[in-house]
Design a protein around this ligand. Structure first.
Ligand code: 4AD
Ligand code: MG
Length: 436
């Protein structure tokens, strides 16, 4: 049954044609009568059909086939055969079947349409359905290929803390907790500030972990807990920062296109659209984009941030991701470096995904001058004592440096072609949902 004590998985069946093997997993559908049963079976790595010819099994095993309920866990043994019609599809001619647990007959998720609230209430079971299986596997490819990209490009994985004494991205969205007798602590909104310390040691670094935003916004794009990957590099300006992001996103897209064909098919994802997105990204300034939006009928003002609707309208027009650069200083974070040619704008870029998806990455060159940064911290009314360590980085060997952070769920949502970010994360957290 096993080679090198490794369990055989459905995904590897092509290597076991005509052999008798055992598979452990769950029944997700059943057809048939006393003579012949077709068991739809999944083992985590994939799904297949097992064919039971009752004349080849014991009476106990036939009784078992008869009573098997959906989602029962079983071990089936049989001979691997090629599907008569379809290439790359295999069947099992069952020789033995063993029950692990007979599932209660009332498995709540059926083939019929369920409302989204019902599905989210049953997220712990919903995760088993083919769509959710496919999404989590693509999420895995995105994480794994990101790490591969950073390894190949000399970035070191660094673990920023989650409990922090200060805000990174604006004080209105902080989750507060009581921290013993030291007063308030906050859940991290991004590991960026700590990564800036990292790159003065390591040159290039990235972190990846959960971050928290206490925004009470109920949109298709917002979660209160999500996974961010921040990357930072010394001696990199905001232009090279965009080059790194473009290469990263293309690397991720190519990995998904190569490794997740089956999953993209389950999701009915438009492959051509994803392939087009690997062509050179578009780069425009905030000013150019605002003009374009005004011409399209948006009421956005010259120095305003793009709203979610603006991003959607703009990105429905384009097939490649677009960097929107040089936003007004007044609407961006305190740490962004101002454009020496016009300090009303900062050396930043947001990366917007095509097909109407909008912002997936935020990044910028960082203020590397001690006095300028001190002034910005004061202007933003941030607690100076908690930023002293961050200012130190500008005191001892300061260098131009830049970085960015992607929201993993935004990336998964776009690449999988989902309507809503809540399906992209195993257990979504929003202002209105904390369970299961
Ligand atoms: O644009 P943001 O706020 O940038 C930062 O936090 C920087 N410190 C990153 C850096 O430079 N290292 O967030 C980065 C990304 C966004 O582009 C978006 O993809 C995602 O995080 N994001 C969210 N995703 C889901 N729900 C939310 N509430 C999100 N807020 C931001
Ligand atoms: Mg942003």
């Amino acid at each position: 049954m096993t080679e090198n004590n490794q369990k055989i998985l459905i995904k590897d069946l092509k290597n076991h044609i005509d052999q008798e093997i055992s598979l452990s997993g769950w029944l997700y559908n059943k057809r048939g009568n006393g003579k012949l049963y077709f068991l739809q079976f999944r083992d985590g790595s994939g799904s297949m059909q097992a064919i039971v010819d009752a004349s080849k099994l014991t009476q106990d095993e036939i009784d078992l086939c008869e009573k098997l309920t959906l989602e029962s866990s079983i071990i089936i043994t049989g001979i691997v055969a090629k599907h008569p019609k379809f290439e790359d599809i295999f069947e099992l001619q069952v020789t033995k079947i063993k029950l692990i647990q007979l599932a209660d007959h009332d498995y709540p998720i059926s083939k019929k349409e369920h409302g989204i609230d019902f599905l989210l209430d049953h997220r712990h079971l919903w995760l088993r359905s083919p769509r959710q299986w496919a999404i989590q596997r693509i999420r895995d490819t995105i994480i794994r290929s990101s790490m591969q990209f950073f390894y190949q490009n000399n970035f070191i994985k660094f673990d920023s803390p989650i409990l922090t004494p200060n805000a990174c991205e604006g004080t209105t969205e902080l989750f507060e907790i009581e921290y013993f007798d030291m007063g308030k602590a906050y859940l991290s909104q991004s590991g960026q500030l700590y990564l800036e310390a990292a790159v003065m040691s390591l040159g290039r670094a990235y972190d990846f972990g959960p971050v928290f935003r206490a925004e009470k916004s109920k949109t298709r794009r917002h979660l209160t807990e999500f996974w961010m990957l921040d990357a930072e590099a010394a001696f990199v300006d905001y232009i090279e920062n965009m080059d790194i992001q473009e290469n990263l996103i293309k690397f991720i897209l190519n990995s998904v296109l190569n490794e997740n064909k089956q999953e993209l098919k389950i999701l009915e994802r438009n492959i051509e659209a994803l392939e087009k997105a690997t062509q050179p990204f578009i780069r425009k300034t905030h000013q150019e984009v605002v003009k374009e939006l005004q011409e399209m009928g948006s009421d956005i003002k010259d120095m305003e941030d793009l709203g979610a609707d603006d991003e959607t309208m703009l990105m429905n027009k384009y097939q490649q991701p677009m960097f929107v650069t040089k936003y007004p200083t007044a609407i961006k974070a305190f740490y962004m470096k101002r454009d020496p040619k016009n300090p009303d704008f900062v050396l930043c870029s947001d990366l917007l995904a095509p097909e109407g998806y909008g912002e997936i990455i935020g990044g910028s060159q960082r203020e590397d001058d001690y006095n300028q940064l001190l002034q910005r911290i004061k202007e933003h009314n941030l607690p100076l004592d908690q930023f002293q360590w961050y200012l130190d980085l500008r005191k001892y060997g300061s260098v131009p440096h830049s970085g960015f952070g992607y929201g993993l769920e935004r990336l998964v949502t776009w690449i999988c072609g989902l309507d809503h970010v809540r399906e992209s994360i195993p257990f979504p957290r929003t202002p209105y949902r904390l369970t299961p």
